[in-house]
Ligand binder design. Sequence first.
Ligand SMILES: CC(C)(C)NC(=O)Nc1ccc2nccnc2c1
Length: 326
Amino acid sequence: DLMSDDQSSLPRELREKYLLTRRIGTGVCGEVRLAFQRSTCRKVAVKIINKKNFQSEGMATRNATTEIEILQRVDHPCLIKTEDFYQTDDSYYIVLELMEGGELFHRVKSQQQLQENVAKLYFYQMLSAVQYLHSNGIIHRDLKPENILLSSQEDVCLIKVTDFNQSRILEESVLMRTLCGTPSYLAPEVFTQASTTGYSLAVDAWSLGVLLFVCLGGYPPFHESFGDKSVTDQIILGEFTMVPSKWRHVSDQAKDVVRRLLVVDPSKRMSIEAALQHAWLQDQGMLETAHRLMYPPGEDAAAVSMQEAPSGGPSKRKRGDGDEED
Ligand SMILES: CC(C)(C)NC(=O)Nc1ccc2nccnc2c1
């Protein structure tokens, strides 16, 4: 790792500003390392994307630029923030705020399954993040426990969605323009194919259903070890089992959210908006906690206090009337 290897492969500016240390996460496109900002000793995460990992040069650039473009464009408390960005011929380096709780995947694994109210708090934050992405015309397309990060080792904590390299920005498509013209001469498959692309936002709703199932049940709804069908067949048929020993203590309302999201027909699947209105999430206690975590009051107050005279020392600030106080 970088501790033994020299850091010469890193961009000079990155090396001057940050000290990279151990690996804290791995992804399909590279790795994440714990780093320290030299000037402040603050901990950050540095995501390293190897351009060579993608089969085609074009794919790498398109994916990574989309990811970086999205990371720099989005602003929501439950979406990971980019702090800095560097690149060399063979890698991209994205400096991110460190999420000290690590991946949701490891949290669920270590706790077998989450308590329902913790799962509800996390799920509400995921819904808020995805609702924000969709309202900005962005589909995540790769929502899974590895891509949900926790801000602390506490159960009650902020979560952030990461890994936008599968994301797509919903552009005006050729198909959309085609559907604006007279349909008289269009072949039927143009319309049926439209119905699938028209529901592309719904793919994130399905994934959130899988995520909620994993948080509540502690195991995935679709898995090769279940029955004789392939995972793909289980998904296409929407066949999942809520094992009683694991789901006995889960409320009917929570199960209802899962069942309405894991619907095969995207046109019948519950939308993100509808999920946010579901009875299970009309829980004032959880909503207050979530909003306190997402929009901490202290943040702005701290900014204001920075303008106040530095506490303790004699005030040297110019007063409105101009005379200096000593
Ligand atoms: C808590 C521990 C064990 C140090 N793990 C961790 O921070 N993991 C990660 C993994 C990926 C990350 N990606 C972005 C920001 N923080 C991250 C933290």
